[in-house]
Design a protein around this ligand. Sequence first.
Ligand SMILES: [Zn+2]
Length: 166
Amino acid sequence: MAGRSRKTITPKTRLRILLRDNFRCTNCGRSPATDPAVYLEIDHYKPFSLGGADDDSNYRTLCRLCNRGKGNDEELNKTIDSDLLNVLDRVNSKITLAMATEGHATVVANSEEFAEISKLNRYFDGYVIEILPNTLMGYHAGFSLGIYTLNDNGGSKTQFRIAPRT
Ligand SMILES: [Zn+2]
């Protein structure tokens, strides 16, 4: 976003656009009112250099993730990918190796971690993620079945299969 638009958006314009868009991301519909992690930004979507109008029709409200994810930015995709792999590493450091050698991995993660992974993937879409019926199992049982899981018994879990999109 920074560097894309030359003109700074004044606080007055920012507020006017936020009010017009009901304080929701115009792409995914998320709002800080229901999700405190959402940070809204004003996107100036057609640069002046490309004939973009200098009026409200050229502004829209986007959450930070949608704003970052727009366009096909290779550098950005790599950053999002590495964030996602870090979360998988946190669950079990062998998951990335399994994906590299077998092409996929079956994982049991805390639901919070799963939410983080799917949120990141939504903007980058580098992986095919399939939620599997939840199986409650211990750490060691998981390993013997080829399921990568957390060494932790608390919280709700999500079981899923993840494979790099080819
Ligand atoms: Zn959004």
